[in-house]
Design a protein around this ligand. Structure first.
Ligand code: ATR
Length: 282
């Protein structure tokens, strides 16, 4: 039976998800399709509640629908509940199920790119406290990291995130930090992750100097345009391991594809090259 899935957003023009899922459909010879659907916020409820009638077995959800899609779902996985947002929906009979695969996507890519990250028995520092930061902090909490520092321009958001996740695991301490302390709070960390939008399209300056870090770190950025952000370039030049943002995008797609089409696909170099070529063209 031909199965169809889609990605919904408003706007949706720039989504790379059709390229990723299209690659896997072809690779596995699956009789299925994956398309973009522009869904206006006013139409979201109607769309997701009628997924099957629309001809879909499920969908990815992107800006600005992630929180509303989470609320509309009947059944929510632990990561979606932790993040209060869903990026993947599928049907289980009549039940609309929701997951947030950004956590899995980030942690899988980190582990592939810097397999020894966990051996560094030092804190993890997260810059930013938006939706992406929530997904990533949850991943580090689940991984059993002892100390996580959340540093954000708007301190109240860092404090909220620290309070929300602080009680999840007795051995994990989550600390909210001031934005102007970001250098101090990063320089003895084993993993430093930029989850802010600074650096996107080469704009803005994070104001972080990896050359002055006291320990070798894994430095990750979730920005993937450009693929090598100023943060990653400076970190690499200073001898730190670096993890780019594209891998998270590719790895977060794995779980959705498996739910909809029944095969767990792989993030290959060939797929990466395909998406990189597309990013370079636009
Ligand atoms: P996402 O859901 O992708 O994480 P978001 O919720 O809009 O996106 O979060 C963006 C993050 O980038 C926030 O942590 C934001 O800081 P504030 O909470 O203070 O808004 C951060 N950010 C964006 N521009 C910034 C800037 N110029 N300086 C510092 N932080 C910035």
């Amino acid at each position: 039976m031909n199965k169809s899935a889609c990605v919904i957003g408003w706007p949706i023009k720039h989504s790379r998800s059709p390229m990723i899922h299209g690659y896997w459909l072809a690779k596995h010879g699956i009789d299925g399709s994956y398309e973009k659907r522009a869904v206006h916020p006013d139409d979201l409820q109607n769309f997701v509640k009628n997924l099957a009638n629309e001809g879909f077995v499920g969908c990815n959800v992107t800006v600005p629908h992630k929180e509303h899609a989470f609320q509309l779902a009947d059944d929510k996985d632990a990561s979606a509940v932790a993040v209060f947002a869903a990026n993947t929906l599928w049907l289980d009979g009549d039940l609309l199920c929701a997951a947030n695969t950004d956590t899995e996507g980030f942690m899988a890519h980190l582990t592939v790119s810097a397999p020894d990250w966990k051996k560094r028995d030092v804190p993890v520092t997260i810059l930013g406290a938006g939706g992406a930061a929530r997904a990533i902090v949850y991943g580090f909490v689940e991984a059993g990291v002892g100390e996580i520092r959340v540093v954000n321009r708007t301190r109240a958001k860092a404090e909220k995130l620290a309070a929300d996740f602080g009680g999840l695991k007795p051995d994990t301490r989550i600390i909210a930090g001031d934005w102007d302390k970001r250098q101090t709070l990063s320089q003895d960390a084993g993993v430093v992750v930029n989850t802010t939008t600074i650096g996107m399209n080469g704009e803005g300056d994070l104001g972080l100097d990896p050359a002055s870090f006291n320990v070798p770190a894994v430095v990750a950025d979730i920005v993937y345009v450009p693929l090598e952000t100023a943060l990653l370039r400076d970190a690499k030049a200073a001898g730190h391991e670096t993890v780019d943002g594209l891998g998270m995008l590719l790895h977060q797609a794995v779980a959705g594809f498996e739910k909809w089409f029944g095969v767990r696909p792989e993030v290959t170099q060939e797929l990466r090259d395909l998406v990189v070529a597309d990013l370079e063209q636009s």
